[in-house]
Design a protein around this ligand. Structure first.
Ligand SMILES: Cc1ncc(C[n+]2csc(CCOP(=O)(O)OP(=O)(O)O)c2C)c(N)n1
Length: 251
């Protein structure tokens, strides 16, 4: 009896992520959704710069590597080239999406580009060694804020779902977490909806996933999952920030 199988949309390449990093979980959720929707042959993923830079090795669908932060712009071009047949998703970290790529993110949302954005918020620049990210919490110790992030000096964290929810353009914005089984199930549901919205032609759908980085947070994998509960979720509340079609149906 088969009790465990990897999704077809994932390759056999071993993941390079650190122990306890949740990038692998989110990759799997995306791949499961691609399988369930039967879209592998027409899906094109846009890989970021950051720890997920090698995402192109891990997904069986076509992948394109974008320069740091530019994934929504690349996704826009790929989607518009053949909107009926291409299913396009970006996969981006917080340094990528909420710092260097802020403009691309905001304008893709404002234009309601019919793309799916998977946003990994791990509150740090992982790949480059743990520098402060736009999403690092006030007081959070990082390589570039050794005494804790001081908002007077470095400003406050950028709350992407809240910020984009102000735009008329964005279709669907939800924040989820992958720190326990119940949250992982909810994350999968949100990711599936974000892809389904694209298939239904509804427009820009972004799922922000609160994720762990035990290596750069200086924690055990288990403590890192707790830290998401105790520190990240209170600052970044989970939930749907915008669901334009659902709001229209209710009205
Ligand atoms: C234009 C440009 N600026 C800076 C860098 C260096 N760089 C590579 S990855 C990265 C940060 C990645 O952090 P994040 O997007 O949060 O992803 P994570 O590694 O945490 O998954 C930076 C600054 C780059 N590659 N290109």
């Amino acid at each position: 009896m088969t009790v465990f199988e990897k999704p077809h949309a994932m390759t056999d390449v071993p993941l390079h992520y650190c122990p306890g990093c949740t990038h692998g979980i989110v990759h799997r959720l995306v791949a499961e959704v691609i399988d369930e929707l039967g879209i592998e042959g027409r899906t094109i993923g846009i890989a970021p710069v950051g720890c997920a830079v090698m995402a192109y090795d891990y997904f069986n669908c076509d992948m394109i590597e974008a320069a740091h932060g530019r994934a929504p712009a690349v996704a826009t071009g790929v989607k518009r080239a053949d909107p009926e047949n291409h299913v396009v998703f970006t996969y981006q970290g917080d340094g990528d999406l909420a710092s260097i790529g802020t403009a691309e993110t905001v304008h893709a949302a404002a234009r309601n580009e019919n793309i799916t954005v998977i946003f990994i918020n791990n509150a740090i620049y992982g790949m480059t060694g743990g520098q402060m990210a736009p999403t690092s919490l006030p007081g959070q110790v990082t390589q570039t804020s050794p005494y804790g992030r001081d908002p007077k000096l470095c400003g406050y964290p950028v709350k992407i779902c809240e910020m984009l929810s102000m735009l008329d353009g964005a279709e669907y914005l939800e924040r989820v977490a992958v720190n326990n089984v119940a949250n992982i199930r909810k994350a999968k549901k949100a990711i599936k909806k974000a892809f389904q919205n694209q298939l239904d032609g509804k427009g820009f759908s972004l799922v922000e996933v609160l994720s762990s980085c035990p290596t750069n947070w200086g924690m055990t994998p288990q403590k890192a999952l707790q830290w998401i509960d105790e520190k990240m979720i209170p600052y970044y509340p989970l939930g749907v920030y915008k669901d334009r079609s659902a709001a229209k149906e209710e009205a």
